[in-house]
Write a protein that binds this ligand. Structure first.
Ligand code: PMP
Length: 428
């Protein structure tokens, strides 16, 4: 196989993509194949994938067991519309009703996370007849007009006149150099004030159970319970965006289970298709009745995607990937906590969704974002793909496929230790 190579791809991206496309690396690798937790570039160099395409590939790359079912479905029937009856989508809807928490039993299928969040917000509007929305600073919910507007990260947010006056932000219950009690108190106070003033116009609060792009930020354990109670008083629905956290990533099937509450609407995407585009918003019998537009998404839950998702759920179950994420996540976290470097400020997260907050060392010219980039580059050279996120792009993200092994983690740690030592020497 011959390839045009990374330089030519970078040039074509520069020439034909929108200019704002984000770059992670100085020299991004050109990936040509993948197998479970490994990826390979055009030169044959192998990488351990510790980012999984931002929590997409929970079951690993080109997982043969899952692909077998996808290929069989592809050769039989790829797609029709919901006007006709097909089996995979109903089996999937039934399966989801079994694994989703509480009385959430009804699902609407879409293609992307943004589309499903958009649908969830529309459903809340239809159910409550109120258009106001509350969202969190540091949250990210997608790329459509409304989901860009409820995103709380300045570089991704669309601050648009059309919807602005109906969108209210509260602080996330987390801040550096502050106890979680103080942060939580402030967020709840802000929520309470907004509800007192505008509660009769607000239909939904949308929130990630653990902020992903915002820098792997989890909330104090009682936060969401208190939020739910406040919302209930004002007839506001709680929408939980599990696009990045869903399907085992955090050591529970859904991250909302860590907080011991059942929201009104749950949104999922990414890992459900393990690389195949499929997303969902799901709710209770009562709320689902309010969805009064008899429409379905053209590609949402098509036979190929639904069959793939069914195999993904079977694989997660058969291989105990949820438990695996909990165990290996605890192991990785323990190892990360033991790493000693003046550049590491904090280790956050749960399961295989962990973040390392980087700080710049006093007396060093580099910013924390520069240090993060340096570590990403050096780890890539050593054959490890890790992620970065956070409001200042200075959080290293570890979100590998859930099929990684303990040995993979040990290898990662050895190389991370070396890279941090190099950094000290370089700056020493
Ligand atoms: N919600 C969250 C929490 C996400 O992380 C993302 C994507 N990064 C989205 C929504 C948007 O999903 P998509 O890119 O599939 O539209």
């Amino acid at each position: 196989m011959s390839y045009i190579g990374p330089d030519n791809i970078v040039k074509k991206r520069k020439d034909y993509f929108f200019p704002a496309i984000a770059n992670f690396y100085e020299d991004p690798p050109q990936l040509v194949s993948g197998s479970m937790q490994y990826l390979e570039d055009h030169t044959g160099k192998r990488y351990l994938d510790f980012f999984a395409g931002v929590s997409v590939m929970n079951c690993g790359h080109s997982n043969a067991e899952i692909m077998k079912d996808t290929i069989e479905q592809l050769t039989k029937l790829q797609h029709t519309t919901t006007i006709y009856l097909t089996e995979p989508i109903v089996h999937l809807a039934e399966k989801l009703s079994e694994i989703l928490p509480g009385n959430i039993t009804r699902t609407f299928f879409c293609v992307t996370g943004s589309e499903a969040n958009e649908g969830a917000l529309a459903l809340a509007r239809m159910h409550t007849n109120k258009s106001g929305i509350i969202a969190l600073q540091g949250g990210l919910h997608g790329r459509t007009h409304l989901t860009l507007s409820v995103t709380g990260i300045p570089m991704w947010r669309l601050d648009d006149e059309l919807v602005k006056e109906n969108i209210f932000f509260i602080d996330r219950p987390y801040a550096e150099n502050e106890t979680s009690e103080i942060s939580m108190e402030r967020s709840l106070q802000q929520l309470s004030t907004i509800l007192q003033k505008h509660g009769s116009d607000i239909g939904a609060l949308i929130i990630e159970p653990i902020q992903g792009n915002g820098g792997i930020v989890m909330y104090p354990s009682t936060f969401l319970k208190e939020v739910k109670q406040l919302l209930k008083q004002y007839g506001v629905l709680l929408i939980v965006d599990e696009v990045q956290t869903g399907y085992g990533r955090t050591g529970k099937m859904f991250a909302i289970e860590h907080y011991d509450i059942v929201p009104d609407i749950i949104v999922t995407a990414k890992a459900l298709g393990n690389g195949f585009p499929i997303s969902t918003f799901s709710t209770t019998d009562e709320i689902a009745k309010s969805f009064n537009k008899p429409s379905a998404s053209t590609f949402g839950g098509n036979a190929l995607a639904s069959q793939t998702a069914l195999s993904v759920l079977k694989y997660i179950h058969d291989q105990s990937l949820v438990e695996r994420a909990a165990q290996l996540g605890a192991y990785l976290k323990e190892k990360l906590l033991k790493l000693e470097s003046p550049f590491i400020q904090e280790i956050r997260g749960i399961g295989l969704m962990l973040g390392m907050q980087i700080q710049s060392n006093t007396g060093v010219e580099l910013t924390s974002a520069n240090v993060t980039d340096y570590i990403l580059e050096k780890m890539k050279e050593r054959g490890f793909l890790i992620g970065k996120n956070g409001l200042n792009r200075d959080v290293i993200a570890f979100q590998p496929p859930l099929v990684i092994t303990k040995e993979n983690i040990d290898e990662l740690i050895i190389h991370l230790e070396d890279v941090f030592t190099e950094l000290i020497r370089k700056e020493g």
